[in-house]
Design a protein around this ligand. Structure first.
Ligand code: 9MR
Length: 554
């Protein structure tokens, strides 16, 4: 025993960490793939850095299926027309297969990481069709027998499509779409099926917890499978991949709703790129580690419930240090490759949740803030018109950095809600092309105060920057909206006229309401977010955390 301790001490001194302790940690921990053997496959990605033994050991201990993080993307397989370079991808796939892992292929068609010669402006429709079909067929054929399934098409649907009933109109304006038109979707699936009839063919996308995006994907898969019910003995699309790049603000109820929707199409569903952001600058507090663990636990409880229809759950990253979102520490292992609370949450979600009951209770005790909107119809340019209304303090921070903050006052009449927001300590920067990263004020409204975990017809988000440029979610919320701004030094005011869209406003009515201030840095990145009530960070898609306003007459 003494000898082991001494050896371990020597090892930790010589290599800056006790490798045998790490190994012991790993041995003590039960394997994820065993824990989920009766449910679904557990996957992770392989990239260049994961090929060393320590990482590969984590991969094979806990997972039974691997996805190449980058090696099989079009850019790397056919950067030059007609010249296929399979060396790196073959190395990844062959090593995984030889270590007993199944392999999922990612991806035959995507708007990113694809060479311009395939589909950029100037390439004729005929050539683009041939390029797409040739790439898909050659690649699917090359990996036939080594790859069990493919992300045939990745991220083809636009974010938040306004009319998801029309899936063609909901397609992203990608190079493939522009070169070929909506039927590129079927072309690539047919090419893949022809080349490898046994591999399962998936459509893969992110933000599928968003009901509009999920609806567009649902309609696309439904339509294509109804029109192609028997391609080599089965419908053309075998599965929907919900990527799952989530945060701790993601509402598991939204994930569950979309899962149910896709399952109703009689296709397999897989979670293909799971990670849960919770941290800043590559660091996590102890509370953040537990919060993240609870988010993983809640998600895995949903996945277990629908396990019969789920093929696999694949994580996007072995450890925080190698994650594409390393700043937000989204994986189950820290950058020393030690399991985090998130790991134990995935291993046994119920146990982890029970062990953290006190933490959850403390979090749930937080009371919803309530205030008043006072009856009156102001002139938007006259701040004094709001003098009767109580101030709402927009000063609870979602970020570590405490930048711009302020107050809001609210009036109402039968037609509109009128908000006056006063912001202090702003950089007055609108350089970022993402409107939410500019110095701006956001108002969230849940007219029927039903606190739904997704937006319904009565819910909307309004954003106005210091220069009076407005953006809306959904875009239809722009109708009848007006705003006015004025700037003085590092302060600005925004007044907004927000039409009621679904309720008749009368005294005593309660509406869900929140006000947020986005603070940009001098370099034009969002550095701080201050809000009145909803600290979830999810108010743009989930109304359950908004504060409450009562419409009163004085
Ligand atoms: O994690 C991948 C990162 O290393 C690459 O630079 C990036 C661009 O190719 O792609 C990342 O993976 C993406 C995946 O292929 C598709 N869904 C979103 C993933 C995260 O961006």
């Amino acid at each position: 025993m003494l000898k082991r301790i001494i050896l371990c001490l020597i090892a930790s001194l010589s290599i800056g960490g006790c490798a045998s302790r790490k190994e012991a940690d790993m041995r003590k921990t039960q394997s994820l793939k065993d824990a989920y053997a009766d449910y679904f496959l557990i996957g992770n990605i392989v990239s260049g850095v994961d090929m060393d033994d320590l990482r590969y050991n984590i991969l094979t201990t806990h997972h039974n299926i691997a996805t190449a993080e980058n090696a099989m993307k079009p850019q790397y397989l056919q950067g030059t027309k007609g010249v296929f370079t399979f060396v790196d991808a073959d190395a990844v796939v062959n090593k995984a297969v030889s270590r007993g892992l199944k392999v999922h292929g990612h991806t035959l068609a995507w708007h990113q990481q694809s060479p311009a010669w395939m589909n950029s402006e100037g390439v004729s429709r005929g050539d683009a069709v041939a390029n797409l079909a040739t790439h898909a067929k050659t690649v699917a054929d090359h990996f036939k027998g080594r790859v069990v399934s493919w992300d045939v098409l990745n991220e083809a649907i636009a974010d938040n499509p306004p009319n998801p009933e029309d899936w063609r109109a909901s397609l992203r304006q990608s190079p493939w779409f522009k070169a070929i038109g909506a039927d590129y979707v079927e072309i690539v699936f047919k090419a893949a099926r022809e080349a490898d009839p046994t591999a399962k063919l998936y459509y893969n996308d992110y933000n599928l917890d968003n009901p509009s995006k999920a609806a567009a994907v649902y309609n696309m898969v439904k339509d294509i499978n109804e029109r192609n019910p028997d391609v080599n003995g089965r419908p053309l699309i075998d599965g929907v991949g919900m990527q799952g790049h989530y945060s701790t603000h993601t509402n598991p109820a939204n994930v569950e709703n979309s899962l149910q929707r896709f399952i109703s199409l009689n296709v397999e569903v897989s979670v293909t790129e799971l990670d849960v952001q919770c941290g800043e600058g590559g660091k996590q507090t102890d509370d953040q580690k537990i919060t993240q663990g609870l988010a993983y636990a809640a998600l895995f409880n949903v996945f277990k419930k629908y396990a019969e229809h789920i093929g696999r759950v694949t994580m996007w990253g072995i450890d925080d240090g190698s994650s594409w979102r390393r700043q937000a520490c989204p994986t189950m292992f820290n950058d020393s490759l030690r399991p985090k609370p998130a790991f134990f949450a995935v291993l046994d979600p119920d146990k982890f949740t029970a062990e953290n009951r006190m933490f959850i209770e403390k979090r749930e005790k937080k009371e919803t803030k309530q205030s008043e909107a006072v009856y009156g119809t102001p002139d938007l340019t006259n701040a004094a018109a709001w003098s009767q209304a109580p101030a709402i303090f927009i000063d609870s921070y979602l970020t570590a950095w405490q930048g711009a903050s302020g107050t809001a006052k609210v009036l109402w009449d039968e037609n509109n809600l009128y908000v006056l927001a006063t912001v202090n300590n702003a950089e007055m920067n609108k350089a970022n092309r993402n409107a939410y990263e500019q110095d701006s004020v956001e108002i969230f409204i849940d007219e029927n105060n039903e606190k739904t975990p997704y937006y319904e017809k009565d819910d909307a988000q309004y954003r106005v920057n210091f220069d009076n440029e407005a953006t809306f979610n959904p875009s239809s919320a722009a109708e009848g909206f007006e705003s006015w701004t004025s700037v003085s030094g590092r302060s600005y005011t925004v007044s907004l006229k927000i039409p009621f869209r679904t309720i008749s406003a009368e005294e005593g009515v309660l509406i869900g309401f929140d006000a947020q201030i986005n603070g940009a840095s001098a370099q034009g990145a969002r550095q701080s977010v201050a809000i009145w009530n909803d600290l979830s960070g999810g108010s743009y898609q989930d109304t359950s955390g908004l504060g409450v306003l009562k419409l009163t007459k004085r």
